[in-house]
Ligand binder design. Structure first.
Ligand code: GRF
Length: 198
């Protein structure tokens, strides 16, 4: 079967990345990880990926100052070198320029810890608690020009319990993220494969 060459972009812990790598250990999974890359040289997830035998790289965004596109061009060169066909952002904490988003349009997905379109951006769990919402959750979506915008592929819902804090809710949502992301990435791959020219 055809497997799309997958690059995962991270900035830190990389627990979602790990969930994707585990799913892709199944030879029937429609994505084959070829690269895990970070904008932070010290991202913990880089070590996890290397231990799993996956190629790793970093492009330190701090070396590029305010020039986001120059940072992205360096990252893009590494992605191309690896033969990347689909990108999964997994806790990648850089806002992307229209140049990068356009280049990878329809081939890049993200996981966000809220029930989009609610709570784009940061502090999603606290905002859900403060609003008195009955549930929180997570969403996997195609990446488009706006931050945490773009068509939702799949979501998982988590009830908010009395006494929940940002931390307790985040921990329960994270468990669901690790189940949702591999499923949603597989759905994204199926869609891409269905439209891919031979
Ligand atoms: C996750 O909650 C993800 O939804 C958000 O950032 C966090 C990353 O965690 N975008 P990890 O690095 O995958 O452990």
């Amino acid at each position: 079967m055809t497997r799309l060459k997958l690059a995962i972009l991270i900035s830190g812990r990389g627990s979602n990345m790990e969930a994707l790598l585990q799913a892709a250990e199944d030879p029937g999974y429609p994505a084959q990880p070829v690269l895990v890359a970070s904008n932070r040289p010290d991202a913990k997830g880089l070590e996890t990926a290397a231990s799993a035998g996956i190629a790793t790289a970093f492009v330190d965004h701090k070396l590029y100052g305010k020039d986001r596109e120059a940072f992205e061009r360096a990252l893009d060169a590494i992605l191309e070198e690896a033969g990347t066909e689909i990108i999964a952002l997994a806790g990648f904490m850089r806002v992307l320029t229209p140049w990068f988003v356009d280049k990878w349009a329809g081939r890049m997905i993200n996981i966000h810890p809220s029930l989009l379109p609610k709570y784009k951006g940061l502090h999603t769990h606290q905002r859900a608690i403060d609003a008195g919402d009955a549930e929180g959750g997570c969403s996997v979506h195609w990446v488009s020009a706006g931050v945490d915008d773009g068509e939702v592929i799949a979501q998982a819902r988590v009830p908010i319990q009395p006494g929940d804090t940002e931390e307790t809710l985040a921990a329960r949502v994270l468990v669901e993220e690790h189940k949702l992301y591999p499923q949603a990435l597989a759905m994204a791959c199926q869609r891409l494969l269905a439209t891919k020219p031979d």
